[in-house]
Design a protein around this ligand. Structure first.
Ligand code: FEO
Ligand code: CA
Ligand code: CA
Ligand code: CA
Length: 671
């Protein structure tokens, strides 16, 4: 890795105060503009958004719940230009929906038989957007009708690639040879490639599927184990109950029937018992080619994918992607390509074929964090260690079986159960990998169930009663052995622990102050290496998605100048559980106090802050505001953002949206 030798820079903004206002707050000297809101029309001819529940055609509009996002530059001639900071494509995930605002007066017959028109709207509001954005006269706008604009939804055809392609586990009524699927859903965080593609990651896909209570009887014991490990227990309801729809046109019926995995529910459209195996993947999209079919990269494993963040691409070295599996007690993974990076591929125009070269063959690893401060990457390779047919808990049949059931493989390998692994980010200066561990509860992180890498159990008195566990989360970081992301071992420490600044030092281990206290870190991103902020002690950005601190502040974003792994040292934490019982846990803590960390942004009511990128010059920051007003109703919205950002907005329904943050003097944001 390249270690930059520059003098320490200072964060160039004053910390802002925590607040619960219904606007986005940024430091003095900075400006917020709203760029791209849920429902905004992107295809030509789609009507302006009325925002009263009557709107249709979400396949031609911005989806809901903006999440992970990346900016891809375009030059004046409309072709790819990685250094353009005035014209580009924003590609972003639409993770989920706030369904009460999508319909005139909330969803009809929730949990019962759903009207087809409502289900179509809900389905199409999920997925991914590609939308052209331009800066003219200092102001950013999106371009309705751009030839690049595109929605990828849960109905869009996809291709399965990698070792699982064609396997019996992914054969469905739609793809009897197991090579194709339809759609992507619950797209959370993201990644990107050096060859100009976007990676979208399928997280809580399991929640959309229905399985009747008696379905286990029609399944093999092995299938029942696999379904249960991914949250698809018999009796699962299926968010939105889309499978209940009777389509007016029989040709559309399978788009709804596919959400029911129940073997005995097979209808005239066929049998969808394996449909859930089509989801849980990292999906590659070519933003520059709206006709290109997205490719599901099965070599990267099937899980509740949060993101897939690359290590820097270095000629002659194998590309590496870091991936959290976001559920309580799940694991941290990385994928190491089988093929060394060739710079000539960076500018090829058949971008998804380049993806085939680097993403269809390689080794998936899962992390074990040891109490020594060292860690090991364990390979999920069929036929090695416990990953054989002889394994007692689950008899692995093939590499495809290992990848479809990566969680079971990681269990067998003895990986470390983490406090909900969310985003990973890589410091461009030294290659160190940061991972948010957003929080955990008392049942999965009990007083006597901590480990060195997930060392806290306590009660946060700010939250709801009995928020024992690790309710405020932490950020762990790794330094790969030999300074190479291809390494099979690493050193680790904990960069920062979330906590209210008023909490006891035994809980507020990082010594957070009123200027930087936070809870439930989720989004994580380093300044682009091309920007001045990415060259001078790269800035680390932290976004929160919290329920334990929202009595004090809306969700927020902070910026930091990180140190490096090992700059703190060993420490023993005293944990206190219910009834005052205590236990000690040894761990490794990054340098604290003296953490260079400051609050930069606070969002509107009931939102989470998730998704961030900048232009290559670092002067425009794009940030996503997800689900403002999520606790309100159509009749009584609990937030009026983004209308509230520019004044009177009484009664206006809230919308997820992308904002632009710029510095009034045109400078690099945060420096
Ligand atoms: Fe979609 Fe784990 O956040
Ligand atoms: Ca979310
Ligand atoms: Ca997240
Ligand atoms: Ca989260």
């Amino acid at each position: 890795a390249t270690v930059l030798t520059v003098s320490p820079a200072q964060l160039g903004f004053p910390a802002i105060a925590k607040n619960r206002d219904d606007v986005v707050t940024v430091p003095e000297g900075y400006k917020v503009t709203v760029l791209y809101r849920m429902g905004d029309p992107i295809l030509a001819g789609v009507a302006a958004f009325a925002n009263n529940g009557t709107d249709t055609n979400f396949a031609g509009r911005a989806g809901d719940h903006h999440d992970g996002m990346a900016y891809f530059g375009l030059n004046a001639g409309g072709t790819r230009d990685d250094l353009s900071s005035v014209r580009g494509l924003l590609v972003m995930n639409h993770e989920n929906i706030t369904d009460q605002y999508l319909h005139t007066s909330g969803p009809t017959s929730a949990g019962g038989v759903r009207p087809e028109a409502e289900a179509i709207k809900e389905i199409e509001a999920h997925g991914v957007s590609v939308v052209e954005v331009v800066q003219t006269g200092g102001a950013w706008t999106y371009v309705q009708g751009s030839a690049f604009n595109r929605r990828v939804t849960p109905n869009t055809p996809t291709t399965l690639r990698g070792p699982v392609r064609g396997d019996a586990l992914v054969k469905t009524a739609y793809s009897t040879d197991g090579t194709a699927g339809r759609g992507t859903v619950n797209n959370c965080a993201n990644g990107y490639s050096a060859w100009g593609t976007y990676l979208t990651c399928e997280e809580n896909w399991a929640g959309y599927f229905r399985r009747a209570a008696g379905d286990n009887a029609a399944r093999t014991a092995k299938e029942v184990t696999a379904l249960g490990r991914y949250g698809l227990s018999a009796g699962a309801g299926g968010a939105g109950n889309w499978a209940s729809v009777t389509a007016a046109n029989a040709a559309d019926q399978s788009l709804f029937s596919k959400w029911n995995l129940t073997v005995t529910a097979a209808d005239a459209t066929g049998d969808y018992r394996n449909e859930a195996n089509q989801y849980g993947w990292v999906v590659e999209i070519d933003p520059y080619n709206p006709a290109a079919t997205p490719r599901k990269r099965t070599a990267l494993g099937r899980m509740g994918h949060e993101g897939a963040w690359p290590a820097p691409f270095v000629a002659g070295r194998k590309p590496v992607f870091y991936m959290g599996d976001d559920s309580r007690g799940e694991y941290f993974y990385k994928f190491v390509s089988a093929t060394a990076w060739s710079e000539a591929d960076a500018t090829a125009t058949d971008r998804l074929a380049i993806g085939d070269k680097y993403l269809d063959n390689g080794t998936l690893y899962v992390a074990r964090f040891d109490a020594t401060g060292q860690g090991v990457w364990l390979p999920l390779t069929f036929g090695t260690g416990p990953l054989t047919a002889a394994n007692a808990a689950y008899a692995f049949a093939s590499q495809a079986d290992v990848l479809v059931n990566a969680r079971l493989a990681a269990d067998a390998l003895g990986a470390t159960k983490m406090d909900r692994p969310e985003w990973a980010a890589v410091n461009p200066a030294n290659g160190e990998v940061y991972l948010t561990l957003t929080n955990n509860n008392a049942s999965l992180r009990p007083l006597n169930g901590t480990n060195a890498a997930n060392p806290r159990h306590y009660n946060d008195p700010k939250g709801a009663a009995n928020q024992f566990g690790n309710p405020n989360g932490h950020i762990i970081r790794l330094h790969e052995a030999g300074d190479t992301p291809e390494a099979t071992s690493f050193q680790w420490d904990i960069y920062a622990f979330g906590a209210g600044s008023d909490l006891d030092a035994a809980i507020n281990v990082s010594g957070l102050t009123a200027d930087n206290d936070f809870s439930s870190p989720d989004g994580l991103w380093f300044s682009r290496a091309s920007s001045p902020a990415g060259k001078v002690n790269p800035l680390l950005w932290i976004q929160t998605d919290d329920g334990a601190f929202t009595d004090v502040t809306n969700n927020q974003m902070l910026a930091a100048m990180p140190g490096k792994v090992g700059d703190g040292g060993a420490k023993t934490i005293t944990n206190t559980g219910a009834g005052g019982a205590t236990a000690t846990q040894a761990t490794f803590v990054g340098k604290a106090p003296g953490l260079q960390l400051r609050r930069f942004l606070v969002g509107p009511k009931e939102c989470e802050i998730t998704g961030i990128d900048s232009t290559p010059d670092g002067r425009t920051l794009f940030v996503n505001i997800q689900h403002p007003g999520e606790a309100g109703t159509a009749a009584a919205p609990s937030s009026n953002w983004p209308a509230s950002q520019s004044g009177a907005a009484a009664g206006s329904r809230p919308r997820s949206a992308t904002i632009v943050v710029t510095k009034n003097d045109g400078g690099v944001v945060a420096l």
